[in-house]
Design a protein around this ligand. Structure first.
Ligand code: BGC
Length: 417
């Protein structure tokens, strides 16, 4: 049963600068990765050396059949010290985006994907409203240089993630930074203190959400009034939140506190919402529940639940703007499991489209096996394997299958795998 996607539906794969470029030394995460007692499994180091290998990666993505590359540009490279904008860094990204166009690949550009310049994080970071205006100023400068080459813009990646993690009990409600001695050490190393030092994932989750919401609105304004004409939106971490009997109140609270503020902001003035789904979370009367017995649990601790994408797209549709699936995928060493995951996830996407949900594109996470934050290089989300010694890229069978879907703009579950 083959399903033909609407004309113009975008197919791509995604990465983020810090996870693939390598040596992002002016960023706050670099500092955290190297602080004594760090909880990061290993430092990001050279990552996938995409800083130097982007031409090969873009060519490979195009060869596989994808028409879009979602990538992020790195604030810490573009503005390594306050007000000091690097023309060379902007020129680098101009070359990257131009390279995409040369290969017929539309770049979907994210302006913030978890990492920030050290000086931002040292001076209030994502708990300070000053960061919102600083972020908007960086967006303004970046778009003045790059805007004519941007096809789609995402202001902030998973701006709701800290709130979402707090509501599912994964991080403490007051934020993790005070509980982790290595964060204080990282703060000290950049001349800050724990009060002012506020990296994205470790700060007060609800304060961060509010600052990110403000930053998104200001950045949207900056991007829309700058060079170029492209859709602008925010991306959200959206697990499918499911209530078991009696869990509706807690489930609804999580949706209200994590998703709704951004969906409401999108309804006011965004061109799309980016939905990023990996799994589901069940809620009981007391809050989030652990994985259901019998359901496989993946390396990152959540359930193997590829059909989650259906619930998240249907929920996000309430924003009333087009949706893009800006990330979806699985961290596994077993590519047959990855193929099965994508088969289920694409089937869920098709059901949504058949019911009239306005989804305009799909980006797999990730193009490459890359740096998975706290977990280091162990979890492998890539369609393409990366040899950690040689940096050699080897596409997996899942890459060919998804690439064919992209090329044909059609999906047949029986022919997928
Ligand atoms: C993030 C990616 C991350 C992926 C897999 C998303 O939350 O945007 O940076 O690698 O999930 O865990």
């Amino acid at each position: 049963m083959r399903f033909d996607f609407p004309n113009g539906f975008r197919w791509g794969a995604a990465t983020a600068a810090h996870q693939v470029e390598g040596n992002n030394v002016a960023s706050d995460f670099w500092l955290l990765e190297h602080a004594p007692g760090t909880l990061f499994a290993e430092p990001s180091g050279d990552a996938c050396d995409q800083l130097h290998r982007y031409r090969d990666d873009v060519a490979l993505l195009a060869r596989l059949g994808f028409g879009s590359y979602r990538l992020s540009i790195e604030w810490a490279r573009i503005e390594p010290e306050e007000g000091c904008f690097s023309r060379a860094a902007l020129e680098h990204y101009r070359r990257v985006l131009a390279c995409c166009h040369e290969h017929g690949v539309a770049p979907c550009v994210t302006f913030h994907h978890f990492t920030s310049p050290r000086w931002v994080t040292a001076d209030g970071g994502w708990e300070s409203e000053r960061t919102a205006s600083r972020f908007a100023r960086y967006c303004e400068r970046a778009v003045a240089h790059l805007g004519d080459l941007v096809s789609i813009a995402c202001t902030i990646n998973e701006a709701n993630l800290p709130a979402s993690l707090a509501l599912t009990g994964t991080v403490p409600r007051e934020g993790a930074k005070r509980r982790l001695p290595f964060v204080a050490e990282a703060a000290r190393r950049c001349g800050s203190d724990l009060e002012r030092f506020s990296p994205f994932l470790l700060s007060d989750p609800f304060r961060t959400r509010d600052v990110m919401l403000l930053a998104h609105r200001q950045a949207r304004e900056a991007l829309k009034s700058g060079r170029g004409d492209f859709p602008v939106g925010v991306t959200l971490a959206m697990q499918d939140l499911v209530a078991v009997p009696g869990g509706e109140v807690k489930r609804d609270e999580a949706r209200r506190e994590s998703f709704d503020p951004f969906l409401d902001a999108a309804a006011e003035g965004d061109d799309f919402v980016g939905v990023q789904t990996y799994s589901r979370t069940r809620f009981g009367p007391a809050g989030a529940l652990p994985p259901e017995p019998g359901v496989p649990v993946l390396a990152l601790g959540y359930e193997y639940w590829p059909q989650a994408l259906e619930g998240t797209l249907r929920y996000a549709a309430r924003a009333g703007v087009p949706l893009y699936v800006t990330e979806n995928g699985i961290g596994t060493d077993d590519d047959a499991q990855r193929i099965a995951y994508y088969r289920e996830a694409l089937s869920a996407l098709v059901r949504c489209l058949q019911d009239g949900v306005d989804v305009r594109g799909y980006w797999a996470w990730s193009l490459l096996d890359n740096y998975e934050w706290l977990h280091g290089y162990r979890p492998r989300f890539g369609l393409v394997a990366v040899d950690r010694e040689t940096q050699a890229r080897t596409p997996k069978p899942s890459a060919a299958l998804l690439g064919r879907v992209a090329r044909e703009n059609a999906f047949d579950p029986d022919a997928f795998g």
